[in-house]
Design a binder for this molecule. Structure first.
Ligand code: MIC
Ligand code: SF4
Length: 794
């Protein structure tokens, strides 16, 4: 049966269910057999590894990782060196957002996934007039993709969360996350589930396919940063302010290759959902993931979300020492934070690590010469849409209403899940927000990922305040001049009533139309609803642990504009005159400064082509990509030094890439620090590969993107001397020297690069790499998928 009628039925059911929302205050547990980690096995694995490691005290992150080693018995006497050893791991579960890993999984030819997996439809719902109408439009405009996802889920026994059910990370926290678990998700904010004391790691689709096919998933053993929390957050300060502060300290690349492990008394007086916010935004500092020891408030959250059996099993595992660090465990770096010293913080614009304490924000804005006007306030997203966040925002809204105030600017709210939406509605939070002018949107990503049909401020400079996690240029509304600041939902809500960036709700008053003035009292909220969570519309939810239905046809129409089967990429070494050195490559561009995955593969309208590589690559020619050319400083302009008379000398970056592809000219990029910062967006690797990119040399890479490049058969190299970055420019020819030794098994071999400048001069530079033995096999095969396929065939 086609999924569309089912989805539409669920939509009408939902409208009905809003007035019939359940008032369940007796919490009955659900069947937790498939979501309880196999603690006994994990403890046994850990004991084994512990003995091999000479019983040294372990951090919590190490315990979770080592208990999930693919073959713990195989480590022998080898020491595991954090920051150097490669771990082969066995994740327990996979979550996929929209079309991400399914096409690659299908090409592996298995009949079911090796681990429980779920698909979440959350990125394709555009915010415009409100939840129901927006969802109805999204169902129509994305019908083909949703049908494909639903049928793939049915065929392989994957849990399918329909559009409108909520945002992947909120659903994972509410349903699947469990203390001590290791899971992967095809989205960079997967670490959100760390709020339940586990390791949840964001990856590209190809990595997810490893777990789904039962192939060991490889990760370089991360270093561990210990963050000791003491004190207590004061009135206006929220967990979001803690992570905004940490982002300011660590910067967008400070967490790369590290797990952030929080501990100390300050962890225990925070809610589970608050900790999830902190873990969620660890992605903004590039951390592999974040985690916390198991706490009574995690236990309470598990119970409130009908997972009492998981809580009881976790209690036992904790009693055996599994769910916290050992006394005396050593961290690679250490940070101490006294929560009592923190104040509300606002980060941005354009980068999540530009942190300014609220008390200094007004003067910061003035000093920059920016207009003091706020143009929109947005709360919600996967980062901040917990019951606690919403009760605190509603409390401020009620205070403002009592004073006769309404929001001065458009005020949008995206609930993170159907459960949150239904509970908000039942408990009067939705009414409290709507009463002051808020528009409640569908349970989906919406404006956080540019799915925002914003009708004002299309091009002009303006400032928005959001409780989201990311604020790269043009991310929310496509306007590069929208200054996007990140703050807690309470700060955002309070400032919506003043409409001024310089307003400090802790100290300032708002003049009332009636005369007099109004000052907010500190917001009050609660983390768990007294009447329990309302279930909401169950038609959005999948049946638990569905069996695969092999007879299901997964339809991809040959003329589809939205979906396309993936053609294997050829190996660069096939018919290659240079043997096991890459063919000579032409440098397409030297990219200057910040280049996030949003810059490489813009968000918003492109999302609809996620399942169609040719179209998404083509479509990007028309979109404004944002990478800046270091030779000339222009955005999305590249030189074509070999253009013919019919062609212009410059074109957009993908435009020149397409010309190179037409000429069968493989190419390379020279890039700056933290290249590929941001999302797990695999297209940021697939698209350059599709157009013929074979190598990228960077001052440094962001973790997920570097792995995505390796998976797709692009060689990422690091400048050994960062000054060499400026010595190579567009049109230069570069050749690897020494790759043959590396591919031949000499892991100490160094790859050097012969550079032939356009003026004929030549020189050689050294590089570094992070390729493991397996990753070299992917490079040789042309992609990881080619390698897996060849393994399965043999
Ligand atoms: C994001 O927040 O940037 C996204 C959209 O959720 C991405 C996923 C994607 O781009 O496909 C992410 O965080 O990985
Ligand atoms: Fe969705 Fe935004 Fe969260 Fe990404 S960060 S998953 S776009 S809500």
């Amino acid at each position: 049966m086609s999924v569309a009628p089912v989805l539409r039925r669920s939509l009408s059911f939902r409208v009905l269910s809003r007035s019939l929302a359940t008032h369940a205050n007796v919490v009955t547990d659900k069947d937790c057999s498939s979501i309880t980690p196999p603690y006994a096995q994990l403890l046994e694995n850990l004991d084994h590894v512990r003995r091999q490691l000479g019983n040294r005290p372990l951090t919590l992150a190490e315990k979770i990782l080592y208990s999930h080693l693919y073959k713990p018995e195989d480590i022998g006497n080898a020491e595991i060196v954090r920051g150097a050893s490669y771990l082969q791991l066995r994740p327990e579960r996979v979550a996929m957002q929209d079309a991400s890993a399914q096409l690659q999984f299908m090409s592996a030819g298995l009949s079911r996934t090796a681990v429980p997996s779920s698909i979440h439809c959350d990125h394709l719902i555009q915010a415009s007039t409100g939840a129901d109408a927006d969802l109805a439009r999204a169902l129509d405009s994305n019908q083909e993709v949703f049908e494909f996802l639903e049928s793939a889920a049915r065929k392989y026994g994957i849990e399918f969360w329909k559009p409108g059910s909520g945002i992947i990370h909120q659903i994972v926290l509410e349903n699947y996350a469990a203390p001590g678990m290791l899971m992967l998700g095809t989205d960079s904010h997967t670490p959100n589930a760390g709020g339940l004391g586990m390791l949840a790691i964001g990856v590209g689709g190809a990595d997810a396919v490893d777990a789904m096919t039962g192939t060991p998933w490889e990760l370089k053993a991360p270093r561990v940063v210990g963050i000791r929390l003491t004190g207590k957050l004061s009135d206006w300060v929220t967990p979001k302010d803690l992570i905004l502060h940490v982002a300011g300290k660590l910067t967008v690349k400070g967490g790369t290759g590290h797990i952030l492990e929080y501990y100390g008394p300050g962890v225990f007086n925070q809610s589970c959902t608050g900790l999830a916010t902190v873990a969620n935004m660890g992605a903004e500092v590039g951390a592999t993931t974040s985690t916390f020891p198991y706490t009574p408030r995690m236990r309470a959250y598990l119970e409130a979300t009908r997972r009492g059996p998981v809580a009881r099993a976790a209690d036992e595992a904790a009693a055996k020492g599994f769910l916290s660090a050992d006394e005396g465990a050593e961290y690679d770096e250490h940070i101490d934070i006294n929560l009592s010293d923190l104040e509300p913080t606002i980060n941005g614009p354009f980068t999540p690590d530009l942190a300014t304490p609220l008390s200094k924000f007004g003067s910061f804005v003035k000093k920059q010469g920016w207009n003091d006007e706020l143009s929109a306030a947005l709360i919600g997203s996967c980062t901040n849409s917990s019951y606690e966040d919403m009760t605190r925002a509603a409390d401020l809204a009620r205070q403002a209403k009592a004073a006769g105030l309404k929001s001065k600017v458009p005020f949008l709210c995206t609930p993170g899940s159907e459960q949150i939406r239904a509970t908000m509605q039942r408990d009067g939070l939705t009414t409290a927000l709507e009463d002051v002018g808020a528009l409640v949107l569908a349970n989906a990503c919406g404006p956080c990922i540019g799915q925002w049909k914003r009708d004002d401020h299309k091009e002009n400079e303006n400032a928005i305040l959001t409780s989201f996690n990311r604020n790269f240029k043009a991310r929310n509304d496509g306007n590069r001049r929208t200054m996007n600041f990140l703050a807690s939902p309470t700060t955002v809500t309070a400032m919506a009533f003043s409409g001024k960036l310089s307003f400090n709700p802790m100290t300032d008053s708002i003049s009332l139309p009636s005369g007099g003035s109004f000052k907010f009292s500190p917001p009050a909220g609660q983390d768990l609803p007294s009447a329990g969570f309302a279930v909401g519309n169950t038609a959005f939810y999948p049946p638990p642990t569905p069996e695969p239905q092999a007879e299901t046809e997964v339809v991809i129409k040959p003329d589809s504009q939205r979906l396309e089967l993936l053609e294997p990429f050829p190996s660069p070494f096939d018919n290659n005159p240079r043997g096991l050195e890459l063919p000579a490559l032409k440098v397409l561009l030297r990219v200057k400064g910040k280049c996030t995955t949003d810059h490489i593969s813009a968000a918003g309208p492109w999302l609809k082509y996620k399942g169609h590589l040719t179209n998404i690559s083509e479509n990007l020619r028309k979109l404004r990509r944002q990478a800046t050319n270091d030779e000339g400083g222009e955005v999305n302009v590249a030189f074509d030094h070999d253009h013919d008379a019919s062609q212009s000398k410059t074109d957009t970056i993908p435009g020149v890439a397409k010309r190179f592809k037409a000429r069968n000219c493989p190419w390379a990029l020279i890039v700056d620090e933290n290249y590929g910062e941001g999302s797990a967006r695999e297209h940021a690797a697939l698209q350059p590969r599709f157009y013929g990119c074979a190598m990228i040399i960077a001052r440094s890479f962001a973790r997920i993107h570097e792995t995505n490049l390796k998976k797709q058969g692009v060689l990422p190299l690091w400048f050994a001397d960062k000054n060499d970055y400026a010595r190579i420019g567009s049109g230069d020819i570069i050749e690897t020297v020494g790759l043959v030794d590396l591919l031949g098994g000499d892991c100490n071999a160094q790859v050097r690069i012969d550079v032939r400048k356009r003026d004929g001069s030549t020189f050689q530079i050294p590089t570094k790499h992070t390729m493991s033995n397996d990753q070299l096999k992917w490079l040789r095969a042309g992609s990881a998928l080619n390698h897996i396929r060849s393994q399965m065939a043999s």
